[in-house]
Every structure is written in C-alpha cells, then in structure tokens.
Write a protein that binds this ligand. Sequence first.
Ligand code: F3S
Length: 300
Amino acid sequence: MCICKYSISIAKNSGFCFGVKRAIKITLEAAEQYKKIQTIGPLIHNPQMVEKLKANGVNYVSSIDNVKSDSTVIIRSHGITKGAYKDLSDKKVKIIDATCPYVAKTQQFCKELSENGFQVVILGDRNHPEVVALESFVKSKAIIVSSAEELPHANYKKLGIISQTTQTFDKFSDLANKAIAMAKEVHVVNTICNATDIRQQCTLKLAEKSDIMIVIGGKNSSNTKMLAKISSSVVCTHHIETSDELDMKWFEGNHKIGITAGASTPDWIILDIYNKIIERLCGRNLQVADIEEIPGYKEE
Ligand code: F3S
C-alpha cells in the first residue's frame, strides 16, 4: 500500500469479534426504531463507541433500578442473570437480547449440567458480568475458580466443567485434568471462544516481525490491554485510543509498523489511525475506507 520506506501492516482478525459486531448491529438497528434505548453498563468497553451510541440515543445506566419504564433495554453480549431478566420483564420494558450466541450456549450448558446432577464448576473471573450471569443458570450453587488450584478438594460424584468464553485453553485443560482426578464422572464442555485467543496469536506474530506496534482500543478494555502486554513483551508498543495520541517521533528509525486492535475496537477508529499514519509518514492521502484494504487484514 505504501511506496515510501515504511511498511504498515495490521494483525489478522483485528477489531470487533463476531459477538460484539452483532450486538452493535442489533443496537443501531433498534435505535432507528425506538426512542429511549438503555443498556445496563456500557455496551462495549470503548469510550469512542459509547459516545457514538449516545449520539444515536443509546445510553447506559449502572443498574436495573435506573431503567426507565418507557425504555427499550438491550442485553449486552455478556448476557444477564435470570433474576435481572425477570426484573426487566416485571418493569414491562421492551427487551432486545443481544447476548452473544456463544455465551447463550454456555448459559444453556450450565442449566443442563446442573439439571442432570452435575456439580458445575465455572472457570472465570467471578466479578465479570458474563460469569455472574452464567452462575444464575446453575440450579444449585456453582463453584467458580480462576485456576485449577482453586478447585476445592472433595469426593465429587459428578463434576461439570465449563469456562467463561474468554479464558485460555491451557487453564481450562489444567482444570479438566484436576477434575478428572477428583470425581467418578466428569463432563467437560469446552465453551472457550477462540476469538480472544486468535487475536492474541495474530498480534504476537505481527509484533515479532515489526519494529514498532500500535495497539488500538479502550484503555478500559481488558482484551486490548492484554494485546498491548503481549506485544510489548516482544517489541516497542504504544496503546492508544484515537489518532490524537499518535506521536510521529515513535516511528523514527522504526520502518516496519504493526497495528492491532482489541475485540471492542470499531473499524472507523482503526481506519482513522491507519490513514493518519500513512498521511503523516508518507505524505500520501490514501483515505482507505475499508479495513480489509489494510495489508495483512483478514477475518477468520
Ligand atoms: Fe462472543 Fe467470543 Fe466475542 S463469546 S462476544 S464472539 S469473544
């Protein structure tokens, strides 16, 4: 794309994952149809996208108590607890469910395993909204662990092992191995979504062949922060939210530039940063309008 001394590439699968893309699409379509749209907590962890949604009449509240009775509520990709769903139904608000289908499937596994007498063990972050919601689908009490070491020693009869969608496979297999040694019957359902893992692997690959990496995404986005951490373990890395933070001094002597973005980073922010880098470094006003035109980009 660039004919000057710089090469600028983007990591494969950068930006929105399937579930986030779907939730945004559902929300923007709803915004065309309904007036007061609310979400419980921000729809995604990206301040610029939250502002854009606000401009389209989509606001977030911190709890169900603050939901107005004449509003339309969008359920985020993380899903909500069964209790929260009932509270919303009792308020008689219009509910549009944008729970990621992979998360919804995991909720279903929680329900089925517990109904079939399995002690459900969830690998995940107990405070994360996805895990809080998953727990509510377990009939009896779920055991939530952040690693295999946290699984309490006991003689379990039947253990059902599932995972928050964004956990790593290594941690999950450690937990499954430990469970097998502790119970007569173990049912393991791999509910890990590979969107996170794929983004991390692609970022690492690009970082290894770059002189400098630009990681784009919310400073409050844990998946973007993880990409920045992985990238900075191999090469000089800058984590930015918008093109305003670009500093051209970063690129002095660094000609191979890699770009990556978290699963909650919208395409228009990635494109804006890419176009600004080209314009300032190469003096060319390409104005690439589609992320797929950036060298290296491919969604799998
Ligand atoms: Fe869904 Fe996977 Fe994204 S579970 S929300 S597609 S990270």
